[in-house]
Each structure stands twice: as C-alpha cells, then as structure tokens.
Design a protein around this ligand. Structure first.
Ligand code: ATP
Ligand code: MG
Length: 229
C-alpha cells in the first residue's frame, strides 16, 4: 500500500520516493549536505546521491563548514583544504556542487543562517532539503536556533552504520509530530566510514584507498594532512 502526499509516495516500508508526476518542472528541488568534510569520504557521497535519487532532487550542494560550532574543542583542518577536497570528490558528478558560503561568512557556521541565505538566493519557490546522517539529526536540538532551523526547510535523514535504523525512524516520527511533515528518512547502502577513522588511519600509516576518492587520497598525501607531526 502506498499513500500520496504532495507528490511523495510513502511505501509500505515507510520510506518515501518522489512520484514525479505532479512536480512542477520549474520548481527547484535543492539538496544541501552540510559537514566538516575533514576529509570528505564515500559515506558522504553515497548518502548525498541516495537522497538525490530518492527525492528527485535537481542538485546537491555540499557546504563545508567554515568554523564548525560542534568541533570548537578539537583541531579542524584549514577550511580551504576541506573545501578543495570536497571539490575534488564531487567534480565528476554533474549534479553535485560545492558552496563557499560558510567559508566566506565570518564566525561560527550555523546551518540556520546557511538555509536562510540559500532561500534568498534561490527564491521562495525553491524546495530545500537538508541532508544529514542519522547521528547528526539526533543532535539537532543542540544546533543554533534549532526551532527556526527545523521550520526553515525539509530534512532528509539517512541511515548510518553505528546508529540503529529503528531509532532513526522513531526520531523522524517525533520530529514530524512536533514540526510537521517535512522530515524524511532514506535507507542508504551502509558505508561504515568516518572522517575520524580516516584521520586515524593516515596517522597510523594505514591505507585509505577505496575509502575516499583517489583525488582526495592524493591531495592528503601531497599536503601531508593528518600525518603525525
Ligand atoms: P567526523 O568523524 O570528523 O565527525 P564524519 O565522517 O562524521 O566526520 P561529518 O563531516 O561530521 O563526517 O558529517 C557530515 C554529514 O555526513 C553528517 O550529517 C553525517 O551524519 C553524515 N555522514 C558522515 N559519514 C556518513 C556515513 N558513512 N553514512 C551516512 N552519513 C554520513
Ligand atoms: Mg561527524
């Protein structure tokens, strides 16, 4: 059984896909993938592509955080390196773009400010979907002006190994109850990769091949990122 709401099909498995039939051609459906991307890896890329496909998004905009507010206590690689790696990793996908919006905005990078700016840029008709991993959506109430953020756009939470799919489902249902039907869930092929693990691997001299795109691997070597001092 599938029920329909605003052109989105809700299947028996509870996951939604865009029917596409009643989507106005002119309306932009923009996915926004925020992150520290220190470095970007295949977990980010498969999450973004799965969200894009499942919801018929026109593009995914990767937005590397300039100053990640949640990582104030831990050293983060220079923003320009993280931006460059994000460009390299996404270059071959015509539907992926990278934004400097958080790099060029002074102060901590708050997602709510980014969504506001993107809405001004793309106009009120644009549908904006913020894509997060399961771990990130469960922390959303600790984000700056979370109430305003939760009202500002739609959200696509993707499954991530390490966070139970059932807990994610419960979270999305709770968010929907409190804030309306703007919260979605997508099951992505599980890729148990984290940037933390990649940084540790480099420090330990272990391979990161097949965990990040080759161009990112070469960039990390060239600039000696994450290596022991
Ligand atoms: P770190 O270990 O430094 O926190 P990370 O791998 O979690 O890095 P982030 O830049 O923190 O990467 O994550 C950006 C976004 O991508 C978050 O919403 C996060 O949940 C999501 N994400 C990261 N890795 C994966 C993955 N393997 N599968 C699904 N989502 C992911
Ligand atoms: Mg993280």
């Amino acid at each position: 059984m599938a029920s329909e709401a605003k052109g989105v099909l809700v299947g028996a498995n509870g996951l939604r896909t865009v029917s596409g039939v009643d989507k106005p051609a002119a309306m932009t459906r923009l996915g926004v993938m925020g992150g520290t991307f220190d470095p970007i890896h295949y977990g980010h890329l498969v999450a973004a592509e799965s969200a894009r496909e499942s919801f018929g998004l026109d593009r995914i905009l990767f937005v590397p955080a300039g100053q990640p507010p949640h990582k104030a206590e831990v050293p983060v690689t220079a923003a320009e390196h993280r931006y460059a790696m994000t460009l390299l990793a996404t270059a071959s996908n015509p539907r992926f773009d990278v934004s400097r919006i958080e790099l060029d905005r002074p102060g901590p990078s708050y997602t709510v400010d980014t969504i506001t700016a993107l809405r001004e840029l793309h106009g009120p008709e644009a549908e904006i979907f913020f894509v997060t991993g399961a771990d990130a959506i469960m922390e959303i109430f600790s984000w700056n002006r979370s109430d305003a953020l939760l009202e500002s756009c739609q959200f696509i939470a993707v499954t991530r190994p390490g966070t139970s799919a059932r807990r994610l489902q419960e979270w999305v249902a709770r968010l929907e109850q409190g804030h309306g039907r703007r919260f979605h869930r997508v099951a992505v092929p599980g890729v148990a990769i984290s940037s933390t693990d990649i940084r540790q691997r480099v420090r330990d001299g272990r391979p990161i091949r097949y965990l990040v795109p080759e161009a990112v691997e070469v960039y990390i070597q060239k600039h000696r990122l994450y290596a022991r001092a």
